[in-house]
Design a protein around this ligand. Sequence first.
Ligand code: 9MJ
Length: 677
Amino acid sequence: MKQIDTDIVNRVNALRKALHRHNHLYYVLDNPEVSDAEYDRMMRELTALEEAWPKLYDPDSPTSRVGAPPLSEFETIAHSIPMLSLGNAFADSEIIDFDRRVRKILRTVDKILYTVEPKLDGLAVELVYENGKLIAASTRGDGINGEVITANVRTIRSVPLLLQDTGKRNIPLRLEVRGEVFISHEGFRCLNEEQLSQKLPPFANPRNAAAGSLRQLDSSITAKRPLEIFFYGVGDEFTDLELKSHWETLQTLQELGLRINPLIRPEVTIEEAVDYYKELEGKRHLLPYDIDGMVIKVDNLSLQAKLATTSRSPRWAIAYKFKAMQETTRVLNIDVQVGRTGVLTPVAHLQPVSVGGAMVKRATLHNEDEIGRKDIRIGDTVLVQRAGDVIPEVVKVIESKRTGLEKTFRMPLNCPVCGSTVIRAKGETATRCINSTCLAQLKERIKHFSSKGAFDIDGLGDKLVEQLVDKGMLASYADIFHLDEVKIQGLERMGAISAEKLVLAIEKSKNIKFSRFLYALGIRHVGEHVAKILAEEFKSLDNLLAATKEQIEAVEGVGSVIAESVVNFFKQNTNREVISRIFDSNVCILFQTHEKEKTLENKVFVLTGTLEDLTRDQAKEMIEAAGGKVSGSVSRKTDYLVAGSSPGSKLDMAKALGVEIIDQAAFLKMLSLPKPQ
Ligand code: 9MJ
């Protein structure tokens, strides 16, 4: 027998010690200190070492356990069939290996059919129904014994207390059904708002919020939490239903009133399963809840039985995890950015780290209070998170990694760009530079002015604006219309053609709708939506300038804060002068059409693909003009998906959720409009 190197023994011991600690933090305290990805890496390293050196076997190793011990406050119950966790795969090749393993054990060369499911990132539970009545619910616990949480589970709206009796089949005498309890993004947002309003600490993510809510000793607290459930399997076989496949099981659960995920796809080959993973990864950010991968299950139940389980996980299923969207890294420094309205935003400069496939170097820290609440210091090891297209943010500090050398950050007393004293108004979280001639603010104001929802000047990008301001060629947004083509040509990365194109784009932007013009001015509290309301109401700039604060405040959707901000903006001479200079250069506000009938009042639309004759912006404007709303993602709240050619994953999502899908012709018909010429 080979002698085991002491380095290996030490490494195994260190990994076991660390994993025991992280298990406790994660399962018992609901307060993990490392990202799931880091935990998985440690677990895989330990498993590999234990497999290579069987002499190091230890029944108490974290690899020999499937979960955490049950919490002591709850009664425990034994699962009649252990609730095992799933083995993990992280690459296509591991899925192909899984299929190969399955066929080898089954001694077959035939294709195996699988059911593929989104892997919900929540908490596994088991519910027991007897004669159709919910009699018990428990957590997974250590896989053998779970905590009894019946009273808490009874508060979840999507859990039926009685199974549906459709008359189609007998209600089983006993049914042990398993599923994942979770909180949606919207539920999470509301819950954290509520926590903050009660001066309670917010939850770090929906999973922690779901765990905390499910393990409440007082179920009246659980009842106030937006918990949901999707069911995905059964415990003990309920032979009286005579099921042959996993998909049949899921359909039966659905008939019994137990909610199953609409994105589950049955009877796929291993190649189709890999395609499904890619599809799911693409629509992951459109889903209203967190998923962290897909689960692939052998569909045929007699094959499942032949494959059986290992001590740790079933051999007939595997989880293919997505790349983690959270990672740990270090805060190298914190600096401050100055925005369009003078707000100072602290930004963390991070040790670059790959999060979900993208390199993350910076993360917003929002404001001074947020830094204080999370106690983020320079030098700290932190958990960073990327979600969809939003700017990465710091979730929390890993306090155990503190060395004592970390430095506390203080908001500067002066603007880092212009040096003026900054102020923080009473009751506000924002610290501001109130020097309206601050170059940082000017650059941001000009970027906003030329942005898509405003003057939409093609070619006037961020870098160019910065150069133009630094060279003194733009001192206000009115100067855009006086830019000299010859002077532009002399700038970095600017040739004669680009300069000519830019001047043409500026010329084209001069005919502008009133709402876009108002939005472009960058009046505080006047975003695209408010600008549209004001334009609709006042029709022209002269009318708006003549309006009193009270008249503006009286408009539906406009409050006193907005009204005051508008009046103050137009009162200032510098603003009036800039506006008059804009008009000197032949800018023309297009006549605001009369209010159309609000035929699409409160209807929610999502756009996908390329429409024959309309740009996305044009379709959006038409929907909004008719009182409808346009959303970026498909959800249960979507009324119509307008689909053009080459639609994206939104189309699948709409199909899955049963959202009505219409083409351009049907869309125009809905608006009673002819096809554009
Ligand atoms: C989740 N988490 O969504 C399973 N799961 O099946 C699905 N988990 C599972 N299936 C057997 N969809 C063990 C765990």
